[in-house]
Design a protein around this ligand. Sequence first.
Ligand code: SAH
Ligand code: SF4
Ligand code: F3S
Length: 441
Amino acid sequence: MGRKKLYIETYGCQMNVSDTEVIFAIMARHGYDRTDDISAADIILANTCSIRDNAEQRIHGRIEQFAKEKKQRPGVIVGIVGCMAERLKEALLDSGKVDIVAGPDSYRNLPNLVEAVRPGHPQIDVMLSHEETYADISPVRTDKNGVSAFVSIMRGCNNVCSYCVVPYTRGAERSRDSRTIVREVCELHAAGYKEVTLLGQNVDSYLYKSEETGTVDFADLLAMVADVSPELRIRFSTSHPKDISDKLIETMASRSNICRCIHLPVQSGSDRMLEKMRRRYSREWYLGRVAKIRKEMPDCAITTDIIAGFCSETEQDHKDTLSIMEEVRYDYAYMFQYSERPGTLAARNYPDDVPPEVKTRRLNEIIELQNRLGLESNKRDVGKTFTVLVEGPSKRSADELCGRASNNKMCVFPDKEHKAGDYVDVEVLSCTSATLICKLV
Ligand code: SAH
Ligand code: SF4
Ligand code: F3S
């Protein structure tokens, strides 16, 4: 039997990017090769995100597009997988345009679902699991240049931040066997990869126990992974401010190949909002963690996520967010308007009562402030020397390369000799709000 073609569109966070690589691996064993050409695909999947309403609206639009593809080539199978599949379940089948609905823990079952699909008989599996980590599966890498890869170290989330849909779409937290993680990182290193990003919704609560490994926490795991090779850079995401430990910060500081960047989502600078969001830390605690990071690693970038206009947010709460941003001087931020998600604690208990125009105005103020903070952060780097991991030619010019410094900032510099995967030292000459303009040293 000839092999068939699988096309996957990936939405949402890095966990989904990593899951898509797992799906390709599972399907490859059953005769499906990856294609980037939708018009050549026997199966079209969307790996979806539910985090905000607009993320879901986009997918409904894509389902219409996929239906057109199906009309031209009857027999094509369309599937919705990932977080939106888990959240909406059977409801996704109502349109009659979807053949498969599979949640984040049912990917091993995808080949069976595909096998069972018949016209008018869609297939669904949205069982969540307490154990599944896809630990034994070697992902089919989808990165562009063989330099940087994601490694999933845990799944699910046990926090119940009141605004957040993730615990419902990805289920309970579970940590992957540390030995399989280290093995995967060794394989990546042997294959020439230079950077791995360890992924989880709350990496600081990683905990794996077995007779052979003993108890491995995230700081232990990070050390083990960093010790695979000094040539390999390690990044991780996401840290939760309530759980980021001194041990972790000190482990980072002790190894120069653990990159100097911590993503530490604050969400709000107001204690009243943090309480209502169920983040389980205060502004003071958060600033204490930032102080510890800066003490151990003065050169460490700190980035964040911020939500504007959460339930009952007042002008003063909003000002508290602006002031914590100034205080921390974030190097980078992802900024969002609050979007009510059905079924969450907030949706059940608090009215979504900040008017849309107020949310938009507050978000714009947050973005404007971050633009200034980001530029100031980049200006502080002018004159410094960084080691950059080359990613490839810059967007602007074929005579320039680009790559990231340890602090995750994008550097561009004229260079025709090096290639993706090389480490080069550069001096920062000037900057924009998005890029450090450098020269080779
Ligand atoms: N596990 C990570 C976050 C994952 S979701 C953490 O705890 O930090 C990524 C970001 O999306 C969150 O940090 C939050 O800023 C944002 N987000 C989550 N739910 C949202 C909602 N209902 N409306 C707007 N933004 C939301
Ligand atoms: Fe969502 Fe909170 Fe879990 Fe992050 S820690 S995924 S925001 S519930
Ligand atoms: Fe979205 Fe699911 Fe990630 S909701 S942000 S794809 S965990």
